[in-house]
Design a protein around this ligand. Structure first.
Ligand code: KG4
Ligand code: ZN
Length: 340
């Protein structure tokens, strides 16, 4: 029997300070998330300098909590996994410096993890049978990628956004209609009370690139509509607008994911990233996959948005492959998927 592997994982790429203990890549022993959302809401978005300072204030306590929730000490940990990119450089540096300090002091292997590989790996936690290859739609605040996870940590990128990420579009439209930050969950909630067919917004298609996305035209269409109605002195139904916008995003995402799964002959389809917690997207993907006879995988909402358990899952597979980071591990704010 192989020895059990316990990863202490750290995530600090944006506005959540998070730590988790994960056993053998798929069993979460603890998952502590300290969100700064309330603080950033005051400013209508994430303020990088504030994020870094808060990470510094909270990280030791969050790690201590993760260890105590798992009923473990550092002496029982096999390796340290940490997000080193992409993300806010100052925020990432806090986690990276902390991970290096612990690994050095306890003579443990250090494993730098790609944040997006973490998001995809969140699917392994609740689906013990899921293994590569599978198709994954990655939709977060900074990324919209359609990929094949060919093997653990190995990606073929089929398509990506040409402009705004899906989460970014949610956040910008929410701000425009006065729902505030963070926009995704607020639009999700408002849309439940609205009619998704009340307004017809454009669906962008990119000539010759069937798997690429574009959301800036949709965002402009919503803004133009709002302006137009305001000039005409008409009241806009916010719930209808939220539902119609969300419907356009969901349609663009689902249609491309299904097209790709068919084209590449993949029967397993997963979603990942903060926007993967969107209730309309989950329902539409589930329905489309059922119709096509695909197996559909999605992490629980708490594992879709930023957390360290997903980093622990990804770190485990990197560990098994023999990946080790040196003491020169640095934060890489624009790290590309598939790069190390
Ligand atoms: O993955 P994530 O937590 O952080 C990044 O890596 O970017 O994603 C955050 C994004 C934000 O844009 C947020 O508005 C969006 O995910 N989001 C949602 C929902 N929950 C979070 N978008 C739509 N519906 C939701 N329920
Ligand atoms: Zn994320």
């Amino acid at each position: 029997m192989a020895e059990d592997v316990y990863i202490l994982a750290i995530e600090s790429s944006c506005d959540e300070t998070a730590a988790a203990v994960v056993k053998n890549g798929r069993e979460v022993l603890s998952n502590v998330i300290s969100s700064q959302i309330d603080l950033h809401t005051l400013f209508g978005g994430v303020v990088p300098e504030i994020a870094s300072r808060k990470h510094i204030e909270r990280i030791n306590q969050v790690i201590g909590q993760a260890l105590s929730d798992a009923e473990m000490t550092l002496d029982e940990i096999t390796a340290i996994g940490v997000t080193y990119g992409p993300g806010l450089v100052g925020a990432l540096l806090v986690g990276v410096a902390e991970a290096k300090a612990i690994a050095y002091a306890k003579k443990l292997p250090l494993i730098g993890v790609h944040h997006i590989e973490g998001h995809v790996s969140a699917n392994f936690i609740e689906n013990k049978e899921l293994e590569p290859p599978f198709l994954c739609l990655i939709v977060s605040g900074g990324h919209t990628h359609l990929v094949i996870m060919k093997d653990y940590g190995e990606f073929e990128i089929l398509g990506r956004t040409r402009d705004d990420a899906a989460g970014e579009a949610f956040d910008k439209v929410a701000r425009a209609i006065g729902l505030g930050y963070p926009g995704g969950p607020k639009i999700d909630r408002a849309a439940k009370e609205g009619n998704p067919h009340a307004m017809e917004f454009p669906r962008a298609k990119i000539e010759g690139c069937p798997y690429d996305f574009s959301f800036s035209g949709l965002k402009s269409a919503v803004l133009n509509f709002l302006n137009h109605e305001k000039m005409a002195g008409r009241e806009v139904n916010r719930n209808d607008l939220a539902a119609s916008f969300q419907n356009a995003v969901v349609e663009a995402l689902v249609s491309r994911a299904i097209l790709a799964a068919k084209e590449y002959g993949l029967k397993d389809v997963a979603i990942a990233g903060g926007v993967a917690s969107n209730s309309a997207l989950r329902a539409a993907m589930e329905e489309a996959c059922r119709k096509e006879g695909f197996r559909f995988y999605r992490p629980s909402p708490v594992l879709c948005t930023d957390n360290a358990a997903m980093i622990g899952a990804a770190a485990y597979y990197e560990y098994k492959k023999g990946a080790r980071s040196g003491w020169d591990l640095n934060a890489v704010p624009n790290l590309k998927l598939g790069e190390r």
